[in-house]
Design a protein around this ligand. Structure first.
Ligand code: GUN
Ligand code: FE
Length: 490
């Protein structure tokens, strides 16, 4: 089929041919490529194989394979609130909408309520329970009574997968059992996921109903979840824990330092928020008067590493950008959220020019959409507004190709997977979405789900533009992670 990718910010690569993927077990990588084969028969000959050796998968003639999207910042428990934010901005949004919802996700209900007979089936047919992927269906047992978390987390993993998100870096909540349930659901469904139990224990900034009591308790809970997740996937390739201080204002200084030590000693990724909102920046300077700036709070705690993902990064000073670049920490740009909560314009071009790795996040539910395609679109739109307020300078503009590059290669760099994700090179994991646009001359397969009208005279670069501006999950026909088929459009 056709393979399209964005290996560089100005490089949309359109290839036709075939690749050979090693397996369908979730660890499948590209073993061979052929960019000369005209059809699958040619490809098999070139690979020295016959049809009985392999499962042949062909892309739709009006479609293409595209690297799976990488969402480097999403709050899974906030999914029920997408679109619900009224006129709030960050700090009142957190107290009004977000903390109460997150606190409720860990609520336990009677085991019998909705969960006692629930089992899930993995897409490869193996039955399993959401709390124990290995457990056979015949041994039904009462599941962790977390009906709300189960409902929300199942939905969010399903929705992101059907939108082509093959890797997601999730914030969960303070609840260890609910966080572990999210890890288990993502792992069972086959999504590549980094899962963070959220840490917050500052008595002045966190509500009593939603915080840990002491740094000791915070660290203990963080470790409990980290160890559970590492038991689920000891290789840490499909599923891994990520140290998650919510943001500087929500943690005591000692907690931040101890989380920094935890990440260092166990070689873990870190994720948090930085400089999203001016009131937040002011709050940080009040809470940490001894630190130079917001970035220095994290740097002092040892939280700025090459494995750290910082979301938003809107109001950073030049000094802060330099420090982040020196530490090789990564940025998750969340344009939909920044517009929805009125947080400001993230100067993406300036961050890229400073040598930072930048990726895209949905930031559900500060962001109203689970779709990274939406984030690409919003990245383009916001960059133009930023160009406008900077005197019409075109250099701020981010186009479709650069947006797609941020959503794939950028994401891969930010999660330390640049050799494994984001393209169709030998050795890379088969984390891929098959995108299908409308039929030329009408809806030939009759499914009515093409969504993007193609007239036939557009070249493939123009078709990709049309996909980015008008596409949605109806254009995602199939999704694979590590060679395993994890979504197929119904
Ligand atoms: N800062 C601290 N917590 C959050 C959150 O949940 N969402 C966003 N967008 N910013 C935050
Ligand atoms: Fe966020």
């Amino acid at each position: 089929g056709r393979f399209i990718s964005a290996p560089g910010p100005n490089d949309l690569l359109i290839q036709e041919g075939a690749v050979l993927v090693s397996s369908t077990d979730g660890h499948g990588i590209i073993e061979k490529t052929s960019w000369t084969a005209q059809n699958s028969k040619d490809a098999l000959t070139e690979f020295g194989l016959s049809e009985k050796d392999v499962e042949v998968v062909e892309a739709h003639q009006n479609g293409f394979f595209f690297p799976g999207f990488i969402d480097t910042h999403i709050h899974a428990p906030q999914y029920p609130n997408v679109g619900i934010f009224g006129k709030s901005t960050l700090l009142d949004w957190l107290t009004t909408y977000t903390f109460p919802l997150e606190a409720s996700i860990g609520d336990t209900g009677p085991a019998a309520e909705t969960t006692s007979t629930t089992t899930t089936t993995t897409t490869n047919g193996a039955p399993s329970s959401p709390t124990n992927p290995q457990q056979p269906a015949s041994k039904k047992r009462k599941l962790t009574p977390l009906p709300r978390a189960y409902k929300v987390y199942t939905k969010v993993v399903d929705r992101t997968l059907r939108n082509g998100t093959t890797t997601a870096s999730y914030f969960a909540t303070l609840s260890v059992p609910a966080t572990n349930l999210l890890a288990s659901i993502a792992h069972t469904r086959g999504q590549r996921a980094y899962i963070g139990r959220v840490c917050m224990d500052h008595p002045e900034t966190c509500p009593d109903f939603y915080r840990d009591e002491t740094p000791d308790q915070t660290i203990q809970h963080a470790i409990e979840s980290i160890e559970y997740i590492q038991r689920l996937d000891p290789r840490g390739e499909l599923l891994a824990p990520i140290v998650t201080p919510r943001f500087a204002p929500s943690c005591q200084a000692e907690t931040l330092t101890r989380l920094g030590e935890l990440a260092l000693t166990r070689s873990l990724r870190v994720q948090t928020h930085i400089s999203e909102n001016k009131g937040e920046v002011e709050l940080v300077s009040q809470l940490f008067p001894d630190r130079k700036n917001y970035t220095d709070v994290y740097d002092h705690a040892g939280l700025l590493t090459h494995r750290t993902i910082l979301a938003h990064a809107i109001h950073l000073s030049n000094d802060e950008i330099t420090t982040i670049a020196q530490r090789k920490s990564k940025i998750s740009h969340c344009p939909a959220s920044n517009s929805a909560l009125g947080s400001g314009f993230c100067p993406v071009r300036k961050l890229l020019d400073a040598g930072l790795d930048v990726s895209l996040g949905t930031d559900v539910s500060g962001g109203y959409s689970v779709s990274i395609l939406d984030s690409v679109r919003q990245t383009c739109l916001v960059s133009r507004q930023l160009g406008y307020v900077n005197g019409g300078e075109k250099r701020w503009n981010i186009g479709v190709t650069e947006g797609l590059w941020l959503a794939t290669v950028g994401g891969a760099r930010c999660v330390g997977m640049e050799d494994r994700l984001g393209g169709f090179e030998v050795g890379m994991l088969w984390d891929v979405q098959e995108v299908v646009l409308d039929e030329v001359d009408g809806d030939e397969d009759g499914d009515g789900k093409g969504q993007v009208d193609i007239f036939g005279w557009e070249n493939w670069e123009e078709r990709v533009d049309k996909w980015v501006w008008n596409g949605d999950d109806r254009n995602v026909r199939r999704v694979w992670v590590g060679g395993r088929l994890v979504h197929e459009r119904g």
